[in-house]
Design a protein around this ligand. Structure first.
Ligand SMILES: NC(=O)c1ccc[n+]([C@@H]2O[C@H](COP(=O)([O-])OP(=O)(O)OC[C@H]3O[C@@H](n4cnc5c(N)ncnc54)[C@H](O)[C@@H]3O)[C@@H](O)[C@H]2O)c1
Length: 360
């Protein structure tokens, strides 16, 4: 820190970088000193737009991270998925803490490489799952962890949209690598896995498709579409929990259903969610008491949509300041990534696959 202020850089000045700049602008102990983007003039325009007068601009993450005059404490990596691993590893090797946007990456190998770099650096690598800081999400986790539902044995989760393919760099293999599966699927997985303590995934039988995204009659950028628009999987987790998962950017129905968590003593219904902002409506708990089937509605707390984006950045910096652990640690998210990776492998092979995660 310089004069008590974090020296922060942002790599990739596209859409999601906006929420990072807005969050950092609200913090008195942060100076955004560097902005990097491959596209000529993009970082400069971003600097103007967010009034980041102290920031120097660069054309690549290497150029920015090689500039020792910045004395960077931390970077937000806000690049498309295929460029998550390289800038993250480069930053960690330079001794800079990293807040990396979700999904962690595209392949499990990239995830492992990032974790190795994190371990060797002794720095913090936190993954950008802002829904974790949303009040509804926190309440849901408290309910599951309270033990009221008993031992959890089955979860049905997922979400999605009838039509809602994001376009931009999200729809091409060369930039995104994965489609709905990783873009919003990673949130659904995180919601449930985090609630039950992130058990290790063991096997997965997965499916993915691109029927709507590649159909010019259904989607106006079909010629560019080269990722999945729908995915589903049956996942076995350590401890005998079953995760039944489906996710869609586009499908011919309004919702693939609510999330349900079944325990031996009770069940929980979480209404279908947009996935990314953490917010959802009233939950319902199902129990049988004195032979009576009882349902209890848990009203949704006030969801601070903008707050969770701020908290994602704030909690990351607080962990650096206080010598703490990453608020969203790679030790958990590597399981999320391993499931995504397993779904892809299984879908390609047309059969169930084992999930193996090398020691780091
Ligand atoms: N947390 C959220 O709610 C949320 C929302 C949207 C996107 N995201 C994630 O954020 C990431 C970026 O999404 P986006 O919509 O901002 O994408 P985007 O395409 O708008 O922006 C990415 C930018 O990164 C630049 N870039 C890529 N690699 C680079 C490198 N090595 N050095 C410098 N610049 C580089 C590109 O030129 C581009 O301008 C994705 O992984 C996405 O999943 C998260």
């Amino acid at each position: 820190m310089k004069n008590g202020k974090f020296q922060v850089g942002i790599i990739g000045t596209g859409w999601i970088a906006e929420s990072h700049a807005e969050a950092y602008n609200k913090m008195e102990d942060v100076e955004v000193v560097g902005l990097a983007d491959w596209i000529e003039g993009k970082a400069d325009r971003f600097k103007e737009r967010y009034g980041l007068s102290l920031a120097k601009t660069y054309r690549s993450h290497q150029e920015m991270l090689d500039d020792d005059s910045l004395e960077l404490d931390a970077v937000s990596v806000c690049t498309f998925n295929r460029q998550h691993a390289d800038p993250t590893i480069y930053a960690l090797k330079k001794g800079v803490n990293v807040l990396l946007e979700k999904p962690m990456c595209v392949t499990l190998e990239e995830g492992i490489a990032m974790m190795k770099a994190e371990k060797e650096s002794g720095k913090i690598l936190s993954i950008g799952f802002q829904p974790r800081f949303d009040p509804s999400m926190k309440l849901m986790k408290e309910i599951v962890r309270s033990g009221e539902l008993g031992e959890i044995y089955y979860i049905q989760t997922g979400g999605g949209r009838r039509r809602g393919i994001p376009g931009s760099t999200f729809i091409e293999d060369k930039t995104a690598g994965l489609g709905a599966l990783a873009d919003i699927g990673c949130y659904s997985l995180d919601m449930c896995l985090d609630a039950i303590g992130y058990p290790k995934p063991l096997t997965v039988s997965g499916f993915k498709s691109d029927y709507i995204g590649t159909n010019p009659k259904q989607y106006n950028e079909a010629n560019r579409f080269s990722v999945d628009d729908f995915a589903a999987a049956f996942i076995r987790l350590e401890g005998g929990v079953i995760l039944d998962f489906r996710i869609a950017w586009a499908m011919n129905v309004d919702t693939p259903g609510d999330t349900i968590i079944l325990g031996k003593e009770g069940g929980l219904r979480i209404p279908s969610t947009d996935c990314w902002n953490g917010g959802f409506g009233d939950m319902k708990i199902y129990k049988t008491i004195a032979g009576q089937n009882v349902e209890t509605v848990i009203p949704a707390p006030n969801a601070g949509f903008n707050d969770c984006f701020y908290l994602k950045c704030r909690k990351f910096l607080d962990a650096i300041k206080n010598g703490g652990k990453a608020p969203v640690p790679t030790s958990q998210i590597i399981y999320n990534q391993a499931i995504l990776d397993g779904i892809v492998r299984s879908a390609e092979l047309g059969r169930e696959v084992e999930i193996e995660i090398p020691e780091i």
